[in-house]
Write a protein that binds this ligand. Sequence first.
Ligand SMILES: Cc1cc2nc3c(=O)[nH]c(=O)nc-3n(C[C@H](O)[C@H](O)[C@H](O)COP(=O)(O)OP(=O)(O)OC[C@H]3O[C@@H](n4cnc5c(N)ncnc54)[C@H](O)[C@@H]3O)c2cc1C
Length: 353
Amino acid sequence: MPDLLIAEDIATVPSIKTEELPESETRTDVVVIGAGPTGLACAIEAQKLGLKVVVVDKGCLVNSLFHYPPGMTFFTTPELLEIGDIPFTTALQKPTREEALEYYRKVSEHYHLDVRQYEWVKTVVGEDDKFLITATDRAGRAHDYRTRKVIVSTGYYDLFNQLGIPGEDLPKVSHYYAEAHPYYDSDVLVIGGKNSAAIAALDLWRHGARVTLVYRGTQLHHHVKYWIKPDLENRIKNSEIEAYFNSTAQEIGVDYVVIHTPRGPRRLKNDFVLALIGYHPDYDFLRSMGIELSPEQHRPVCDPITLESNVPGIYVAGVIVAGSRTNEIFIENGRFHGKQIAEDLRRKFQSSS
Ligand SMILES: Cc1cc2nc3c(=O)[nH]c(=O)nc-3n(C[C@H](O)[C@H](O)[C@H](O)COP(=O)(O)OP(=O)(O)OC[C@H]3O[C@@H](n4cnc5c(N)ncnc54)[C@H](O)[C@@H]3O)c2cc1C
C-alpha cells in the first residue's frame, strides 16, 4: 500500500536537514505541485506550449481519487471529468473510482507527463523566474527543483475538519469512510449531513451496521444528490437509520457517545464514529510561500482570469481556489484552470523570449 497522505501521517515524513545536499536537482520551466485532475490538466496545457513541466505529488497519481472508497461511483458523468481533450467513456452512465484511476493513468501516459510520485513539497522559495522548490521523498531524501513558474494544485482531501470535542483522537474515530465490512454488527455514529455522510450511512446500514446519523442542520443538506436523498430519508422514516437533526456530537468515549439534541443530551452506545464533516486545503503551506488568503473563507488572493496569486509567478488551481468553500470547485470545473493558466504562461514566456 503506497503512503497515505492523510493528516495523521504528516509527522511521519522526515523534515529536510538543510546541511544535506539534495539527492537530485531538476531545472524546468514549470513545476506543478499536486498530480490531481487539475494538476494534470495544468501540466498538459503548459506542456502544449512547449514548456518543460514537472509534476510533483506527495502520493501517487491522482492521490485523492485513489483514497476514495473502493468501487465508488462518481456523481459526475465521464465527459465532465475529461482533461487534455482525451475522451473518457464508460459502459455505465457514471464512472467508478477504478475507471477514473485508469483514465488518468492513460492520459498521463498519453502526454508523457513527467510526474514525480511520492515526493512531498515542503518549501517554495525565491521569486518569479527563479523559484527553488524542495521536496522530500519516502526515504527522507531531498529533491530540488529550480523553476521559472509554479502552479499549486494541492487539493483538500488530506486535511480533515475537526469536531474539536473530547475523544476525537480515539482510534475508533475516523474522518474517512472506505467500506462497510469492518463496521458489521456494530453501533456506528455518522456525523454530517452532506453526500459523504449520506452515502456512508446508507452503505453501512445495507451491510449490517446499526447506524445513527447526527447533523447540525435542520435536514439533510440540499447538496445531497437527488438519487441519494430520498433513499436515506426513507430509511430514517422507517426507523432503519436513527437520525438526529439540529444536533451535535459533544463527547466520544470508548463505548459511548454523547450527543446534544433539541430534547437535551443523549448518551448512545457506540463502537465507531465516522466524522464526515469535510476537509480543507493546507492553508499554512499556501501562506508559507507568501500567498495571501482572504480573512474568512481562506481563498488565495489571485487574479480570477489568470489565477496568478499575489506572488508573481505562483499560480493556484483546482479546489484550493475556493478556500474553505470546497463544494464550489470540483473536477468538473477545476479542470479548466489549466487552460486559464496556460494562456497567461503563453503571454509571459513569449514576452520574455
Ligand atoms: C468521495 C468523493 C467523491 C467525489 N466525487 C466527485 C465527483 O463525482 N465529481 C467531481 O467533479 N468531484 C468529485 N469529488 C471532488 C473531487 O475529488 C475534488 O474536487 C478534486 O479531486 C479536486 O481536484 P484537485 O486537482 O484540485 O485536488 P486533488 O485531486 O485533491 O489533488 C491534489 C493533489 O496534491 C497532492 N499534494 C497535496 N499537497 C502536496 C504537497 N505539499 N506536495 C506534493 N503533493 C501534494 C495530493 O497528494 C493530491 O494528489 C469527490 C470528492 C470525494 C472526497
